[in-house]
Design a protein around this ligand. Sequence first.
Ligand code: ADP
Ligand code: MG
Length: 268
Amino acid sequence: MLEARNITVNYGTRKAVANVSLSTKSGEVIAIIGPNGAGKSTLLRALNGSVVPAGGEVLLDGNPLRGYARRVIARHIAVVAQEAELRFPVTVMEFVIGGRYAWSSAWGWESEQDVEVARAILRETELDEFAARLMNEMSGGERQRAVLARALATEAKVFLLDEPTANLDLAHQATMLRLVRSRCDDRKSAAVVVTHDINLAAEFADRVMLLKDGQMIATGASREVLTQELLRRVFDLQVLVDAHPVTGAPRITPVHGVVPSPSGRGLG
Ligand code: ADP
Ligand code: MG
């Protein structure tokens, strides 16, 4: 599928991503966690070819990503960027059908099937009542759901999602991640999700990668990676890790203003 091999990305003299490797597997959701400026968005941009690494390479199905046409990449990789750009006043339905563009035979002519797919996805994302609404007349969270709906409409093999739940209410955070999760379970897609919600990541991701200052600090199952020591190292923050009472997934609670005890007892 999609693979980054030892990639380094620079903006001028600033190194944003340093020697990071990541390999998506069908059926797997990978969460990327790290502080602001850690290089998370840059890593996703490199994975979809919108920035070119200064070192290392990105491969799609074993071939260099830069050898693929934009339209072919769009068919394989669906992106939800951190800041969605909307230049034209389009309805939610038109916007979601736009996700089918990479598959359509001629520009601007969607098939009956494209419309069907879009309708189904609007239902799944609980947006059917908004179908005729203009994108710029939606709340931030509603619009974000539409952006994710459009990504789901592409039926891509790989989803790259940059903070897809950042503006969503509690229920919709779970609904949207469940949709991504089930897309990976049923259709054997893969997803890379950048999120600040560590608890949601613990629940939905098969694998977690911690990034700091452009470097990969750790990667593995959430139980191995979401530990007090690693999270303290990455966020300079004291956290308490216990088990979620229902799911058993690691549950992270930040503890503010507590000095770590040298004995390692208590919150150590
Ligand atoms: P994150 O998504 O983890 O918050 P980014 O990948 O957006 O981090 O940014 C990583 C680093 O690169 C930061 O230091 C940021 O300031 C810098 N950066 C991001 N985008 C650009 C850009 N277009 N030009 C120059 N520097 C950038
Ligand atoms: Mg970012």
